[in-house]
Design a protein around this ligand. Structure first.
Ligand SMILES: NC(=O)c1ccc[n+]([C@@H]2O[C@H](COP(=O)([O-])OP(=O)(O)OC[C@H]3O[C@@H](n4cnc5c(N)ncnc54)[C@H](OP(=O)(O)O)[C@@H]3O)[C@@H](O)[C@H]2O)c1
Length: 358
């Protein structure tokens, strides 16, 4: 009976085609193609969402190039980061109603607590993602987005913002007065600067481009260092912290920066490992000397992987309460998906790259 009701409703609204992009062929943005498929009626626990904006993360480039740790499914609808408006709900849906503004959760089934392999499915990788005009998702996979954000701003949250949030909060939260080191000026690092300032921490930001210094300072970075011009940058970090080092590294540089991060870390610091892969030079690190430093300084190394739905909801409350505005580098249209992918792959952005359907 529900299917009839929903079906008539959708038909009356002329909603019949989903228009998803699918990842038909790996290795190049040209393998992402626009298709057409009928809009299914949402099942009892599902909602139909009209997508308003999506965002591309570096992980989506890794998925495209088949170097992502979780093997993607061929033919998948890409992208985990997407927001939209609930059009219709299944008969048993209790969390959302028509008109609600929602985002998908990266790990669709990770609600709270510790993640495990049985809840490791990801939107835009092993589950269909958000790069479509309409998507049908289980209500448990969604959160409401902050009221203070536009669709485009909110599309930055599901991967980039939530990762930064998990890196700064987590079991040992950053406290006011702590010094936080951020690396690069991509989606995760820029949110890390903003959230660290919200918490009251001091921020030292690294970037490979002098042209980004002013923007990082405007976002709240107290100090900015060019990590290409100054490859031994831990020395500068030590100087800036009175010889002590930083209490938290948001390690997004992976193998490129990890050795310097260990040297820049204070006694008892946490290096929150956001990435293991380097993007700049994939340098070979000296494991023996590095492990010695990790040990004698009692450094905690904590990997993070985006976050749970509960963390997403907590972050959204903070974003609303502090009116945090995500940083958008560039907005593309739904027709410009390939260009947007190529732009993100080049790695020159500050903040996030958006595709709008609004
Ligand atoms: N563990 C997790 O849950 C998680 C979640 C999200 C992302 N990640 C990982 O964290 C890292 C950062 O992710 P992101 O989405 O924030 O990345 P992003 O938006 O693509 O930003 C990467 C930044 O790296 C710097 N960069 C310098 N040279 C580059 C090059 N040749 N190619 C690409 N970037 C270059 C740039 O900053 P500057 O110009 O300032 O140097 C750039 O803005 C990635 O390795 C990603 O896979 C992990």
């Amino acid at each position: 009976m529900f299917a009839d009701v929903a079906g008539v409703g959708l038909h009356q609204q002329n909603i019949t085609i989903m228009k998803p992009y699918i990842l038909e062929k790996f290795g190049s943005a040209d393998g992402i193609i626009l298709t057409e498929s009928p809009v299914p009626n949402p099942g009892p626990n599902q909602v139909l969402v009209k997508i308003k904006a999506v965002s591309i993360a570096r992980r989506d480039i890794y998925i495209l190039n088949q170097v992502y740790p979780l093997p993607p499914r061929q033919g998948i609808i890409p992208l985990s980061e997407g927001v939209g408006e609930v059009v219709t709900t299944g008969a048993s849906v209790v969390r959302f109603k028509t008109g609600d503004r929602v985002a998908g959760n990266y790990f669709a089934n990770w609600r709270d607590g510790q993640i495990d392999m049985d809840i490791a499915d990801q939107l835009g990788c092993t589950l269909d993602g958000m790069l479509a005009e309409y998507v049908v998702l289980n209500e448990e996979w969604l959160v409401k987005i902050p009221a203070n954000l536009t669709w485009e701003e909110a599309a930055t949250l599901p991967c980039a913002a939530l990762t930064a949030w998990s890196a700064l909060t987590g079991p040992r939260p950053v406290l006011a007065g702590d010094t936080v080191l951020t690396i690069g000026s991509g989606g995760v690092a820029v949110f890390a600067v903003q959230f660290a300032k919200m918490i009251g921490a001091r921020v030292i930001a690294l970037t490979s481009k002098n042209s980004k210094f002013n923007a990082l300072r405007a976002l709240g970075a107290d100090e900015v260092i060019n990590y290409i011009d100054d490859p031994d940058w831990h020395t500068r970090v030590k100087e800036l912290t009175g010889g002590r080092g930083v209490s938290r590294v948001i390690e997004t540089g992976g193998i490129d920066t990890f050795e310097q991060s260990v040297k820049a870390a204070a006694f008892g610091a946490e290096i929150t490992l956001v990435s293991s892969a380097g993007v700049v030079n994939n340098s070979q690190v000296m494991l023996k000397s590095m492990l010695g430093t990790v040990f004698v300084k009692l450094i905690n190394i904590r990997p993070v992987f985006v976050g749970s739905r509960r963390s997403f909801e907590a972050m959204n409350r903070a974003i609303e309460a502090w009116n945090i505005k995500p940083v958008i580098d560039k907005i593309y249209t739904f027709k410009q998906v390939k260009e947007a992918y190529k732009y993100v792959a080049a790695g020159t952005q500050l903040g996030k790259v958006i595709i709008t359907l609004n």
